[in-house]
Design a binder for this molecule. Sequence first.
Ligand SMILES: Nc1ncnc2c1ncn2[C@@H]1O[C@H](COP(=O)(O)OP(=O)(O)OP(=O)(O)O)[C@@H](O)[C@H]1O
Length: 458
Amino acid sequence: MIRFDSVTKTYPGQNRPALDGITVEILRGEFVFLVGASGSGKSSFLRLILKEEKPTAGSIHVLGQDLRRISSRKVPFFRRNLGVVFQDFRLLPNKNVFDNVAFALRVIGKSRGYIQTAVPETLKLVGLDGKAKRMPHELSGGEQQRVAIARAIVNKPQILLADEPTGNLDPVTSAGIMTLLERINAGGTTVIMATHEAGIVDQMQRRVIELSSGEVVRDARSAGYALSHEVMDLPIHADGVPGAVAAAVAAEAATDAATEPAPPAAAAVQSEPAPAAAAPEPKPKPKRRGLGRRRSAEPVDAPAAAPVSAPAAAPAAADVPTPEAPAEAAAAVEAPEERPTPAEPPTVTAAAPKVTPQMMRDAPPLYVEPEVTDEVTEEAAAITAAATAPVEPLGTGDRAKADAAASVDDDADGPPGRPAPPVSGRQSANLTLAERLGLRSPAGPRPGDDDQEVGPVK
Ligand SMILES: Nc1ncnc2c1ncn2[C@@H]1O[C@H](COP(=O)(O)OP(=O)(O)OP(=O)(O)O)[C@@H](O)[C@H]1O
């Protein structure tokens, strides 16, 4: 689904590459944590997937497409397969919750009827039912991030990229966001999340790709409950499914089929309480790994570990996760079944419900496809115009200055007609919100091009 082959990215004016010969493959349906110290290259990795930046060397394939072969004008179409969530939410402050989410559909010309169905369904999915008319400033940080996630998934992307999505949130609220991301992943969406937060990574027990100075220094995957709970180091880059992964997935699926009667994701999406799913099978405490290994001096009962575990176990069956609610969080924290055995290090008190390949296959879609005819509307044109207002640049301070100083790249495969300006480092720092979300071409509309990405074509 995503493949980096010997990818190096060196920004203009920099001596050291931000990414240095990265070779890695991410499979469909995976939940991958991208971890590493500040400056290790996590955001660069995500920006390359988005084609916001071009590699200096090497090749990147996303969804079967060689990114080198996607012209600038086709980039917005390509990005519709990718949802993006940022640390700072990036909501439109003057639009209410509904309109913030609807924005992602309006700029691509979805009909009013489609939007009226899809947006409430998505808000319900992220636990914001009933808050459609709130303005962003009337929401908590966690709720704002849920709006941003709703906006990212309302168009049903195949891949969700999350750059430090919990970076501005407290641990309990972060846990709710992680539960939500897990549910989205259970619906079949591949999730790649950059994070510094060791507690979350340890808790979730998903694949971890660790970067250090632009290199992959660790690529590890939990073996699941049924196996020995040893971390397996994956062969970095293999054609097709790596053998170790295939074996682990098969073993995990077989065991989960025998031990877990109700897929929690399905129960959650269908809004039907499923008590059996709310209490995951007790399982041995997994070993710490990834960031945990590097931060082993952390207090074992640090606040980051316990609260993360609490909502992760409960909301999967509760349809609308409300991790911000103190009562629910407290109740979940008291869940008695998830204490580690004495032989294990007491770093994690409960594990998030494990989403198995079988669950992903069985999970219903994120929401029911609206039956309303998808028509281009006049409204989209107005919204598109409004969507061009500049937003906060990608970077500020030194990085922004570096971007401003960056020379403009060439893009050899520009379209016919009016040439599409390439997305250079400088442009990347000044993209509008719509462009950052992959909804509008930096090149703007081209006369005579019926395949427009910016709204209705008359
Ligand atoms: N536009 C840019 N121009 C010049 N250098 C850049 C640019 N973007 C990133 N870098 C440099 O590339 C390296 C990797 O940065 P990147 O933002 O990818 O790291 P990160 O792991 O995401 O860091 P953080 O966790 O702090 O966000 C850093 O040295 C950074 O200064």
